[in-house]
Write a protein that binds this ligand. Structure first.
Ligand SMILES: [Zn+2]
Length: 312
């Protein structure tokens, strides 16, 4: 539909600023890390956000990522506009798959305006598009949304779970200060077959619950932070076949560049720290991350070989 198609769906259309102007942050882009030995994927990023002194459009960002061994990205929506943009981008760019959703902090605002159900209907149409391989980010956020927004948030989360199941695609969960309620909701309504805790923020206990249910845990730059030993402990407990990696770019830049603009090309810092934490050789760890990611979302580019071991 033409209304879904920005004039230049790959580079143009929708751009958002990640930080307020006048921020005291160092907005220069960190240098490219050493490439990974085996290509992996960034299963959660927001390419529509601009950050930093030099702007990266989606194609620049994907090129830089590919040069250091990030072969694909899941572009994640937070409202109808970003979800439509991501679905269209994925149809034009083989290195992108899309996730579509109304963010849990948007749901109560939409509910108040009487727009939640119409937005959910539109979302379920978007979720049927073939390059949309996940519903996300959805979930519960008790950090930014107070008591009075909770009912709408839970209603929206449950509707997103239904949309993921109806389309046989993955679910990407945003869980902020709401571990128990997220788990209770998944148990009550039944989780989709492939369920991912994006930017996993739990401890050993939540990692064991995820292991028990076969839920995926996606670790972001927070796994490199000095003050995150509980998160690294959770990573050592997570079943290796349930571990994924992401940037959540432009947010949560990994060490040693915490606070500077993030983009998928910085994922190798997180991957290296994760491999050290689980004491696995880097190449074996990368292969596993790639396999796990393809199991959750399918192949990015069905015409390309799937990487390691493919015959010439
Ligand atoms: Zn996100």
């Amino acid at each position: 539909m033409s209304t879904d198609t920005p004039s230049d769906p790959v580079n143009g259309g929708l751009r958002k600023r990640a930080s307020e102007s006048g921020s005291k942050r160092d907005l220069t882009r960190p240098p490219a890390p050493e490439p990974l030995p085996i290509p992996v994927y960034d299963n959660h990023a927001h390419l529509e956000f601009e950050d930093g002194v030099d702007q990266l459009d989606p194609v620049d960002s994907l090129d830089r990522a590919e040069a250091v061994g990030i072969r694909g990205v899941v572009q994640v929506g937070t409202d109808l506009e970003t979800s439509r943009w991501g679905a269209t981008l994925a149809e034009h760019e083989p290195r992108v798959l899309a996730a579509v959703a109304l963010h849990p902090n948007e749901a109560p605002k939409l509910f108040e305006k009487g727009l939640l159900s119409s937005h959910l209907s539109e979302l379920s149409r978007l979720a049927a598009r073939p390059r949309v391989r996940a519903v996300g980010e959805t979930g519960l956020d008790f950090f930014r949304t107070g008591e009075d927004g909770r009912a709408a948030q839970i209603e929206s989360f449950e509707a997103h779970i239904d949309i993921a199941k109806a389309n046989g695609i993955a679910l990407q969960i945003h869980d902020r200060d709401a571990h128990d309620e997220v788990v209770a909701t998944l148990r009550r309504v039944g989780a989709p077959e492939r369920t991912v805790f994006h930017c996993f923020s739990g401890d050993a206990r939540l990692a064991r619950i995820c292991n028990e249910h076969g839920w995926y845990m996606s670790f972001s730059g927070t796994a490199t932070f000095k003050n995150a030993p509980a998160l690294r402990e959770a990573l050592t407990i997570a079943k290796p076949e349930l571990v994924l990696a992401e940037t959540d770019a432009p947010f949560l830049t990994p060490e040693p560049f915490r606070g500077r603009p993030n983009a998928p090309y910085l994922l190798p810092h997180t991957i290296r720290r994760m491999a050290e934490t689980v004491e696995e050789p880097l190449d074996a760890f990368c292969s596993r991350i790639a396999e796990n990611t393809e199991r959750v979302y399918g192949l990015w580019d069905p015409s390309a070989d799937s990487g390691a071991g493919a015959a010439a």
